[in-house]
Design a protein around this ligand. Structure first.
Ligand code: HPA
Length: 279
């Protein structure tokens, strides 16, 4: 019979965090979630251990192409960092509790700054293929909230404030470090939809009227949970395509993956700089 684990969410996350502590002596305070096509960054880590999600109690495995499904704990310029190489999505059929369980675990592991990255479609006309966007705020249009259900006050309040989900100070840091690298990153609002179909031009028209600059199918549940637990959050979108109807082209996942690969060098340089400059 399978081993009986703890049942309360907090205890399950604690159990997972304990498992991770048993696999490394590093004590990272920074974690990064690598989105579609962006997993390559973790391959540069020094003294790294890669722990497949299936070996971490409570973690579920990604079915999406381009998402590897390992937690890498290693060093970036001597700074310990935990990186999720691949995430699971709501559209895969997982609950948002399952989607955000790794974030709960990372908090209990000692992470206080979380960098969320994703592939997104550009709605603002200046956000063309290959552009990077720092997320300044979001629209949760998934139709669900990851905090729905019983609340455990050990994680945070029932009704957490969401006035500044993405730290303004850290948005500024990202912008500055991009400038040093000679690239510009624009700030913008990220709209999260449930997916998995891409949007229709009419939906993109609506999102534009709502104030969205980019659209995707992830990140927002993780950001909400992270803020409830008072983590500092950074969000960076890699614009892999222009959203439906913004350009003449249709959208396909292959293109999304290839753009991720093309911006890889700039993207990893930027991440490296951010990590070394974090307060
Ligand atoms: N829409 C939603 N999600 C996405 C897109 C898009 O155009 N591109 C990459 N992820």
């Amino acid at each position: 019979m399978a081993e009986q684990g703890p049942t309360a969410l907090y205890d399950r996350a604690e159990h997972a965090a304990r498992t991770l502590r048993g696999r490394t002596t590093l004590e990272p305070r920074i974690a990064i979630v690598l989105g579609s096509g962006l997993g390559g960054f973790a391959e540069e880590f020094g003294d790294a251990v890669a722990i497949p999600y299936r070996e971490i109690p409570g973690f579920v495995s990604s079915t999406a192409q381009g998402h590897v499904g390992s937690l890498i704990i290693g060093k970036v310029d001597n700074i310990p960092v935990a990186a999720m190489q691949g995430r699971v999505h709501f559209y895969e059929g997982y609950s948002l509790e399952e989607v955000t369980f790794p974030i709960r675990t990372l908090k209990l592991l000692g992470i206080d700054t979380l960098i969320l990255t994703n592939a997104a479609g550009g709605i603002d006309v200046q956000l063309t293929q290959g552009a990077l966007m720092v997320i300044s705020d979001h629209l949760n249009l998934m139709g669900v909230n990851p905090l729905r259900g019983a609340n455990d006050e050990r994680f945070g309040p029932r009704f957490p404030d969401m006035t500044e989900v993405y730290s303004r100070e850290l948005q500024e840091l990202v912008t500055q470090e991009a400038r040093v690298l000679g690239t510009t990153v624009r700030r913008g609002i990220y709209a999260a939809l449930a997916g998995p179909s891409y949007e229709t031009p009419a939906e993109i028209h609506m999102l534009r009227a709502f104030g969205a600059d980019a659209v995707g199918m992830s990140t927002v549940p993780e950001a909400i949970v992270a803020r409830q637990m008072e983590m500092n959050v950074i969000g960076i979108s890699c614009i892999t395509n222009m959203a439906a109807g913004i350009s003449e082209q249709t959208i396909n996942h292959q293109e999304v993956m290839e753009t991720g690969e093309k911006v890889r060098i700039t993207f990893t340089q930027l991440l490296r700089r951010i990590i070394t400059k974090l307060p």
